[in-house]
Design a protein around this ligand. Structure first.
Ligand code: HEM
Length: 143
């Protein structure tokens, strides 16, 4: 089952993994308080930012995290590599004062983006729900 779930997540992520700018844009559009946490982007017009190279590079790093995670295999070494990556994000974001509520809002927006842009059905929704539950379990263990 874990393999099925991994395959479903990979197949759907492959449909949007190059839409980094579009994904970060949709997260900021739905959550101005998340945008406001980014020193470079706070208070700036989102539509204008969307076409800037600095926005693209941030989007690449943030969205790229999910590409790294989905490429790992669900065996012991993959799980341990995922934990390391997630713990890095937890530590850096905790240091910045990012709240659990903001992480949850990020998740809601990311899932909404997926539902709108990939082949979506009950199985796909469930695979993402479980996958993101696993990621957030590790993430929030640091909070
Ligand atoms: C930077 C990932 C959610 C605010 C980063 C970086 C990554 C990343 C990989 C670059 C490395 C680093 O500086 O740590 C993620 C992931 C998230 C997430 C995977 C959700 C699961 C959030 C949220 C906020 C946020 C909810 C704010 C409310 C920031 C800020 C930076 C950052 C302010 C630094 C940007 C800069 O370099 O100026 N994030 N992030 N992130 N993230 Fe996140």
């Amino acid at each position: 089952f874990v393999e099925d779930q991994t395959e479903i997540i990979r197949a759907s992520w492959n449909q949007v993994k190059h839409n980094e700018v579009d994904i970060l844009y949709s997260i900021f559009a739905a959550n101005p308080d998340i945008q406001a946490r980014f020193p470079q982007f706070a208070g700036k017009d989102l539509k204008t930012l969307k076409s800037s190279s600095s926005f693209a590079s941030h989007a690449g790093r943030i969205v790229g995290f999910f590409s790294k995670i989905t490429e790992l295999n669900p065996n012991d070494s993959g799980v341990s590599a995922a934990k390391t990556l997630i713990n890095e994000v937890a530590a850096s974001h905790k240091g910045r004062g990012v709240s659990k509520a903001q992480f949850n809002a990020f998740r809601v927006s990311l899932t909404a983006y997926l539902a709108d842009h990939v082949t979506w059905n009950e199985n796909v929704a469930q695979a993402w729900e479980k996958g993101l539950d696993n990621v957030y379990l590790v993430l929030f263990s640091a909070f």
